[in-house]
Write a protein that binds this ligand. Structure first.
Ligand code: GTP
Ligand code: MG
Length: 382
């Protein structure tokens, strides 16, 4: 059963040497995301918001009130060089003929997905852009930025009668109608779902539809790219967090098998697992769940090397105690490598990693809640 699963993942031939390539296979998958739309709509700001960079961060894209991005610029995700954003110059003021050379100049055909951003009004060039991307066989999303300003000005105008949900619906319906009205001959090319507009603020990425948008983006990508991007997206919603944990859980069996097969002798402890592999995997969980700072918290004051040694020893003690509690009867019956000791180790490591992931998921949820509470407070102050 397990071997079948390993075969399916393609690691049967050289299990011992190639496993790192398999469990880290998303590392070699690139996702190219094109950010398009007129000048000043917030493309560069969106890029900074989705990467979790403040506008004044040294790696952030330049943003500004005057036209800022004039050449296509590549931004590699700060946490993963395989996620590449392309900040593209605005499409403003071009005739239909000029648009074709603009599409070529910005290499529109190269992106796996395009985000078409606008603020206040959806323009004819935005519609043509959407149709062009569709004709290239690529997905796209329509995004309206500056929704914080829209909300604030309506609130000022309508005072007590202001209703946020009604305003959101009005904006969405209006944009759909505008697209249909303006594209009498070509509107049929865009499906109903494709005219959905996501309402976001780059200033408040925890509010309105920014969190939802992140999930939609992930859902519209092919599986491997989706996994890759999910793991490297900020924990912007509980949905993203749950997806991340599910992907990480999917690695547990392979990592447990490899660790058990590569067992090493730890002085004074049973030979049952490869501690390096498990530590590396746990660090990976923490990093991906945004729990970097909690690493080795109880070992503060020690140098890093000693922290790692003590953390590994603690882990092996915990594993040994799980192992002794696992009798022959309650070994997970799907472990069937044909060696009882290895099967017991696999079960113990798998249980250990799953429990660890449960605890980290809970920590990450609490952290997400705190961030959301703080964001709500900071919006109230503004
Ligand atoms: N209030 C608010 N301001 C925003 C938002 N998004 C961007 N801005 C501001 O709008 C201005 C233009 O944003 P940019 O991100 O530079 O716009 P751009 O689309 O990259 O512009 P070009 O590079 O010229 O094509 C900046 O002053 C941003 O701070 C938003 O959602 N809400
Ligand atoms: Mg820009």
């Amino acid at each position: 059963m397990l071997l079948e699963q390993i075969n399916e993942s393609g690691i049967s031939k050289s299990l011992q040497q190639d496993f790192e390539k398999i469990i880290d296979r998303w590392q070699s998958t690139e996702v190219h995301i094109g950010l398009v739309g007129e000048s000043g709509v917030g493309k560069s700001s969106f890029l900074n918001a989705i990467c979790g960079l403040a506008d004044d961060h040294k790696d952030a894209a330049a943003t500004g009130v005057k036209e800022t991005t004039t050449e296509r610029a590549k931004y590699v995700h700060p946490d993963n060089s395989k996620i590449v954003f392309w900040d593209l110059p605005g499409s403003d003021g071009r005739s239909d003929q000029e648009l074709e050379s603009y599409y070529e100049k910005i290499m529109l055909h190269e992106y796996d997905i395009c985000f078409i951003l606008h603020s206040k009004r959806f323009r004819r060039n935005d519609i043509l852009l959407a149709q062009k991307v569709k004709s290239l066989g690529k997905p796209f999303l329509l995004i309206r930025t500056h929704i914080d300003n829209d909300m604030a000005s309506e609130e000022r105008k309508l005072k007590g009668k202001f209703n946020e949900e009604e305003l959101k619906k009005l904006i969405k319906d209006d944009t759909k109608k505008l697209i249909k009205d303006n594209m009498k001959t070509r509107a049929s090319l865009l499906g109903e779902k494709e005219t959905d507009v996501y309402l976001i603020s780059n200033r408040f990425p925890e509010k309105w539809e920014f969190p939802l948008l992140t999930e939609v983006i992930l859902g519209s990508l092919p599986k491997l790219q989706r996994e890759c991007l999910t793991l490297f997206t900020r924990n912007i919603s509980t949905g993203v967090l749950k997806d991340k944990v599910a992907i990480l859980r999917g690695r547990v069996r392979v990592v447990a098998t490899i660790s058990a097969l590569r067992r090493q002798k730890i002085p004074g402890l049973a030979t049952m697992a490869n501690a390096d592999i498990i530590s590396k995997e746990i660090d990976f969980y923490k990093l991906r769940l945004g729990l970097r700072s909690t690493q080795h918290e109880n070992l503060r004051g020690m140098n890093l090397e000693n922290q790692a040694v003590v953390a590994q020893e603690q882990m092996m003690v915990a594993l040994a105690s799980i192992l002794t509690s696992i009798s022959e009867e309650n070994i997970d019956s799907s472990w069937s490598l044909g060696d009882l000791e290895i099967d017991r180790s696999c079960s113990a490591i798998s249980l250990y990693l799953s429990n660890y992931l449960d605890t980290l998921e809970k920590d990450a949820e609490d952290r997400l809640k705190n961030i959301a509470d703080q964001a709500a407070e900071s919006y109230d102050i503004n």
